[in-house]
Design a binder for this molecule. Sequence first.
Ligand code: GLP
Length: 241
Amino acid sequence: MNIIQVQDYTEMSRTAAEILIGKVKGNPNIKLGLATGGTPKGMYDDLIEDHVRNHTSYEHVTSFNLDEYIGLKPNDPNSYHFYMDDSLFTHININKERTHLPNGTADDTNGECQRYDEMIDSVGGIDLQILGIGQNGHIGFNEPGTSFTSGTHVVTLEDSTRQANARYFDSIDEVPTHAVTMGISTIMKSKEILLLISGEEKAETLKKLIHGDISEEFPASILKKHNSVTIIADQKALSGV
Ligand code: GLP
């Protein structure tokens, strides 16, 4: 894993945006894997600013998001569909038809999971996957204990994950208990991975990722087996390393 050390959240976001913009310019048909949460928000803001200023085009880009809550409709302000529209898609010239998120309200959730993996395969896989990380080492919504061989699947969210995400909801009771997430094997098939990590609340997580063993109890540890992972980490996140 290659680590780019940056000062703070602002520099992490800008560095990630520059890398992503370079990849999109080099391959206008790129297949991107996108993430939600607080971490990539600044990067999305920088992509929008660049799009307005430099007209970087996303016309031929295809995207697949990592995850979606079960039970939230796409127009629910707490759904990841809404987050992506609001944070990025409606501000750039991406073709909405080529943006994909798991359907959290499908009648047949397991069928939906299989369909999602097939769709990713049918376009030749993800070229660049953006990742954040949960404090417990989760990537996407793959909680500790998830099999490294998992494809896209339904997960029960840990209490700590629901609590960490409760800040976006009116109360913890409104945070869904389940989600659909791209599996670990789906993520590992991406040709290149960019992991963003910022803040002191992630310092222990980054320390564990760098110095810990590869174990299903710490899902992100599998990234050590991928041959093209870049971590962009700020000083606060690096403070425990
Ligand atoms: C959520 C998302 C993850 C994200 C993680 C960290 O649970 N499903 O994709 O990486 O939490 O979120 P944040 O960036 O807000 O710390």
